[in-house]
Every structure is written in C-alpha cells, then in structure tokens.
Design a protein around this ligand. Sequence first.
Ligand code: AMO
Length: 468
Amino acid sequence: MERTLVKDTVNKIDEGIILKGWVSSIRDHGKITFIDLRDRSGIVQCIGQNLPKVTIESVVEIKGKVAKRPEKLINKDLETGGVEVQVESLEILSLAKELPLPIDTEGLDIDEAVRLKYRYLDLRRPRMARNIRTRSKAVSFIRNWLIEREFVEVETPILTKTTPEGARDFLVPSRLQPGKFYALPQSPQQYKQLLMVAGLERYFQIARCFRDEDPRADRAYGEFTQLDLEMSFVEQEDILQLAENLFTELVEKIFPEKHIMQKPWPRLSHKEALAKYGTDKPDLRKDKNDPNELAFGWTLDFPLFTEQSKEDFFHGSGQAKFAPSHHMFTAPHPDDVALLDSDPTKVRGLQHDMVLNGFEVGGGSVRIHDATVQQKVFDLIGFNEEQKRQFEHMLTAFAYGVPPHGGIAPGIDRFIMTVLGEPSVRETIAFPATAGGSTSVVSAPSEATEEQLAELEIKISKAKRLNP
Ligand code: AMO
C-alpha cells in the first residue's frame, strides 16, 4: 500500500491507510493512546490501543483506518479535524531523544544560539516551516513571472573579484595562485551589467550576496539573497513599473490576506521623504498595528553622492572626496551631468529604493553606460590608479557597444520578513549565521589544518589564533 499524506485522510473515510511522519503530541489514557501525527501536509489525530512506547518527535509508520468523528468531537482548528485514524499497528522508524528546545511554540523567546545550533529541530516549528515554505512559493512565483516575460536566469560566479556595495569583502585564498585571493560578490552588479553588454537584454538571478558587515534585525550577517535583475533599453520608469507589477501580483497571489495600501505605489523624492518623514524609507501604513497592511512606495531622486566619511567606502582607500549614495555604477540624472564638474553634491542619481512598511526592501538604478562618465565618477570617489585598474574590465567592456541599461535588486529575506511581520531576516532563512558570525548547526568559521595552510602558503600569526 502506498503512503497517504495526512491532509488526504479526509478523503479516505473507512479506508485502510499508511501514514508516515513525526509524533507531534501524545496523550496517554491508560490503554488508549492519542497521537497527533505530523507530516509535511498537516496533523491528524490517531487513536490506538496497547501501542509501543513512543516519544515526542519520533518518526513512525502507522497502519490504520480512517473514521469519521462524531459531530461533537470535530476539531474545527484542524484541517483533518473531521476524522481520526484508528491505529492497527505503529512501527517506530526512529526514536527521538528528549528535545533540547520546545518546538510547539513560536520560539521567539528561546536563546537564538540554541535555536540555530538545533536549527533542523527549530525548522519543525509550524511558524518556521510556514516561513520556509512561503519563501519557496514566493521565489517560484517570481521565477515563473520573469521567465514568462522573456527574462533569462543566469548564474554568475561566487569566486570572483571585489564587487563593492559598501561592505567589507569576504576573501578566499587561492591554492593555484598562492598569495592571491578571490572575493565573494557583495552582489552580481558588475556581471549583470556585463550580461547587458553581452546582449541578454533581460536578466535575473536569485542571487546569493556576501557582505561582511554588522548584522541587524533587517540585515543578515555574511550572506543573504536578492532577486537581482537587469534590463537593457529601458528608462527608470520601465524598471519601476516592472518591479511594481511583479511585487503587486506576487502579494495578491501568494499573500491574499494582505492588503496593499495604495496602488499605484506612492513616489517620494529623497528630499520630500526626509522633510516629511525624517527618513528615506518612511513607513506609510495608516494603521501600524494591522499585520495585513502593506504600504509599498518608491524613494527617488537621491543625491548621487553622500557626504559621509569616506573611510567606510571601498576599504583601504580612505582618501575619497565623495562616496556613491547607491553604488558607483549609478547614472547621474541627465539634467545634472554638468554639475559633476562644478558641484557634485548637487547631482541627483537615477537611483530607486523600493520601500515597504518602513524597510528598504529593494534598491537599484539606471547605470552609467558611458565610459567617460564612469571615469569621472571613479575620479570623484577618489579612486587611485590601482583602484581604477580593478574596474578596468567595465570600461573595456563599455568600449564595445553597450546598451543603456538599469535594474533593481529586491532582498528576498527582507521582503519575506516584512510581509510576514517577522522580527528579523533570520526568521526567513533556513540556516542563517548568528550575530557573532558563526554558522547554524555546523560551527564555521573553524581553523584550517597545517597542511591546508601550507598549500595556500598562509601563515597565521600565533598570537591571533583562538586555540594556539
Ligand atoms: P543594495 O546594496 O541596495 O543594492 O541591496 C539591495 C537589497 O538587498 C537587501 N539587502 C540585504 N538583505 C539582508 N541582509 C543584508 N545584509 C542585506 N543587504 C542588502 C535589501 C536591499 O534593498 N547591486 C545593487 C542592486 C542594483 O543596483 O540593482 C545592490 O546590491 O533588501
């Protein structure tokens, strides 16, 4: 006999079935035992007599018969609440020890280090299981929607050269070229622009990005995921329309209980947003206590450069005059190009931030596609010759016919967090790193062996070692 999924028991009244899953709860009434059995599809109540001793969260196989519950015993809170399974036999496939953390609660009050150490148990918690499944549905919707519109999904390298987005790079030592390092991409920014030079015209990727920056509730440490996309022969308006249509339809399909406050999404200039709300990512909800209210908006007309301290930007330079507000590939507003020479701080950039309930859930821009303007921006942000050489490939590529292009990258983790009203992006990531930069379950980073270090020609100064 084939396995029946829990949710299908309601269609199998009076039939014999086999269920496989986890023991979610046990109630012992002497000879009679009630077991709630959970599988990927739901929970169903099973009743048996003289069953073998089983523990919570053990994996079992139950053979039995589905019976309709009497009217007064129907459990309206459960999808399968109209039936129960009369157990004929119960086989223990894997006996579970006592769990190191409760998983039948929301779990937000449990020490996060414990949750992440036993993440495979933490993910059994209904809230987390829902988050991971919802995320998958959203990503699959995005993929199909874009492919239907002639976007091409392309994987870009993880072992690469620096792609600065304002954070520190992660470096990976090279064995074949000792003394040299790859950088993990902070985003696929340069590759997606090169794909426009290559003639793809419409690119997307569910892209992993790596940034060594301090974590916050809305910022994962180490790595996170973007829907990265880029288009050729477009203006800013086309990018805004596309992202707005995609995310509006996504919410309406995958989160039908949510209500989008204003359509089309309101737009604010950077100046207006600061003057009216004191932030470039205002929370435009009317009722901030309503978990189903989603207030999308666009913030536009950012200054191309910020006046913040330049030590932070492109680490190691420290001598820049200006830092890019978004990144150094963002195009200046066509009306302001002349100001690049006279008053760079007055230049507006063709940047767009997608804002949702007070979070910046996406950022993008129209790009510079003129090598001269790109050179000028490199100069303004204070690149020395060595730094310019690091980006020479972009200028070279732009010498061979580059279409006007632009794009955006909504953060998947941050978007799902905001829509679901979760307190942190880590609640939407299967195996996030801790705030201290350790990975879930497997504890990385860890030390390399002497052999590995020798192969890489790397010497660790003894004083700096954690466990000398
Ligand atoms: P930006 O750096 O603005 O742009 O990132 C775009 C979006 O990515 C998400 N995000 C994060 N999510 C979780 N944890 C983090 N540490 C984190 N950092 C960023 C946010 C943010 O809005 N290449 C450009 C995009 C472009 O110009 O097309 C870029 O990466 O939701």
